[in-house]
Design a protein around this ligand. Structure first.
Ligand code: AKG
Ligand code: FE2
Length: 306
């Protein structure tokens, strides 16, 4: 891969090594769409599938505009620019905003619509269900997401669960695209203790955890595997893989795949959702279902003897 055209990239403020041995591109499996067995095999091998040009662009654009209108209504966009450009107001950091998807039929059209449901039915080989909760990220200039695996946030049901990350608009490398640590799903034994943890579970026999998690509704830990994507990669091996995402693309990956995102070096908001899908007949993590999911609130906290 030529690195000549790449701008200097950072992750959590740290310079990312973009040499061929440390950095690369996600491969698209768009060509396998008609062949579920091949998709399943590729997912097993790579731990992820990038599918380009999957959604009709119009539904992505409609969902993007619906979210931008809400951001604008909250005075988070610079009114000197067209709404559609999604330019963030200076000095206001925007991050995790699930309210952009609440009661939003345009976002639900994308994340629970027939295209994506059909895709996961092919992947799981039968009926599927999704978590009702929709994670929305609206990242202005600043740091991306720390490296983690999703299991620690949603591992109480089946582990045959897949995340779907969808960008709403173009997301070039300098605008905080998602990145996956290559082959990390094959090394999960090395992070066994981390993968067995659950951010909403506390030790009943440790008073400080009872106070923090059960009484105050906090988390037992933040869920991050590391706050240093550069040294994590050096220790763990593999390359950080990312893409210059286009509207219509999506990325799906396993619960044990290490991922995070690059920083946003622009004033353009990076809008994305992440949602989850699993076989319909397997147990589901109760925190994320229903009209008003408990999420990481007090109702989802669980004690155990450590
Ligand atoms: O969008 C991001 O920066 C993080 C997304 C993520 O962690 C996920 O899709 O599971
Ligand atoms: Fe994640």
């Amino acid at each position: 891969m030529s690195t000549l055209a790449l701008p200097a990239l950072t992750a959590l403020g740290l310079p990312v090594d973009t040499n061929d041995a440390a950095f690369g591109w996600l491969r698209s499996s768009e060509d396998l769409l008609g062949d579920p067995a091949a998709l399943q095999a590729r997912l097993e091998d790579d731990g992820y599938l990038l599918i380009r040009n999957f959604f009709p662009r119009e539904i992505i654009r409609t969902a993007r505009l619906s979210m931008l209108r809400r951001l604008d209504g909250a005075n988070l966009l610079d009114k000197a620019h067209p709404l559609e450009d999604g330019i963030a107001t200076k000095d206001k950091t925007i991050t995790f905003m699930p309210e952009l998807a609440r009661d939003n039929p345009d976002v639900k059209r994308v994340v629970f619509g027939p295209e994506i449901v059909g895709f996961y039915e092919n992947i799981f080989g039968g009926p599927i269900r999704h978590f009702d909760y929709i994670w929305v990220r609206s990242l202005g200039r600043g740091h991306g997401t720390s490296p983690h695996c999703d299991l620690v946030y949603m591992g109480r049901g089946t582990h045959r669960l897949l995340t779907c990350w969808i960008p709403y608009g173009e997301v070039p490398v300098e605008q905080s695209p998602l990145m996956l640590l290559e082959d990390s799903h094959k090394k999960s034994a090395r992070i066994k203790n981390y993968l067995e943890s659950d951010v909403d579970t506390y030790c009943e026999n440790r008073p400080e955890q009872v106070k923090k998690v059960k009484e105050e509704g906090g988390w037992s830990h933040a869920g991050w595997l590391s706050n240093n994507p550069v040294s994590l990669r050096e220790k763990f091996g593999g390359r950080w893989l990312t893409a210059h995402f286009q509207p219509g693309d999506f990325l799906t990956f396993r619960m044990d795949m290490i991922h995070g995102s690059l920083d946003n070096a622009t004033d353009r908001v990076r809008l994305s959702t992440d949602t989850r899908y699993q076989p319909a007949n397997e147990p589901i993590d109760e925190r994320w279902i229903g009209a008003n999911p408990a999420a990481h609130g007090k109702a989802g906290k669980r004690g155990r003897i450590c």
